[in-house]
Design a protein around this ligand. Sequence first.
Ligand code: DOR
Ligand code: ZN
Length: 347
Amino acid sequence: MPNPTSLTIRRPDDWHVHLRDNQMLAACAVHTARQFARAIIMPNLVPPVTKVAEASAYRDRIRRAVPADLKFEPLMTCYLTDGADPVELARGKNEGVWVAAKLYPAHATTNSAHGVTSMDKVAKGLEAMEKAGMPLLVHGEVTDPDVDIFDREAVFLDKVLTALVKRHPGLKIVLEHITTKEGVAFVEAHPKQLGGTITPHHLSYNRNALFKGGIRPHFYCLPIAKREEHRLALRRAATSNSASFFLGTDTAPHTTDTKECACGCAGVFNAPVAMQVYAQVFAEEGKLDRLEAFASLNGPRFYGLPPNEERITLHARPMDVPDRVEVPGGGKDITVFHPDTPVGWSF
Ligand code: DOR
Ligand code: ZN
């Protein structure tokens, strides 16, 4: 069947977003809120969001940063540190502040210095989450410098996640921003316990894109893009209609100067183009009829939330992708993700 020329679906949610704070928040919040009704907000601020009161105050700042005409609900997460307090975790969940908690292995990625050094050190916190029905969101990479960067996700599944699912069988877990066929298989093997999010950029390019014609820092993120066979596995998973896979953009803004330098930051800023790129991918796969499940139904189902009632319409007409978004005050900007192939869908 040929693709339709427009597609109306329930308003989607983004289950993995970095909004930052202060002027970066002011620059970025509108782009996520234009596309998504709700978003899981990552807690890797400096310092990280570890207390209920901090998350509640951050949620207020996000709400204030979103234009009043946009309906948007930030869903807050707790940054797990060694010795994470089980009482604070359960209390925040019961008070309706925490929706989930985030596990960063220490030093795995941006602002993860306060992350977890060993799973034993968060076992009590995870037990409390299991009891409270609070999902664990996992950055699934080992941090051992002796493990090749392209193997760090697959090794994490073997060395950490396999034991974790056994030790906490009642804990719901999201393996975030999966980048490998092993990640896909792991999620598929644990349909009751695990979900997996997939970003628009990992669906769009493989690791060759990082070096095409020179080093391209705006394609660099963590986990890093892998070989083509892995990108194809992600495309199959996202468009498979399996309820285990759902949308999480991992939009991760850094100012252009901190990406284009000798030691550039990891993160792809895709918020202004996210749904358009997902639609492009699903259209390329001939599976547009499955976009609504991936973008608007599977995530709420995993989190036990109702799907959104509003609808959005995407059209099969090319999008003019903006080059950059200005950060107010200070003259800096954030470079927007541009896939290497044209984006043929837009609002
Ligand atoms: O590329 C990334 N950027 N991966 C992460 O896990 C963190 C994120 C960020 O905060 O910039
Ligand atoms: Zn992230």
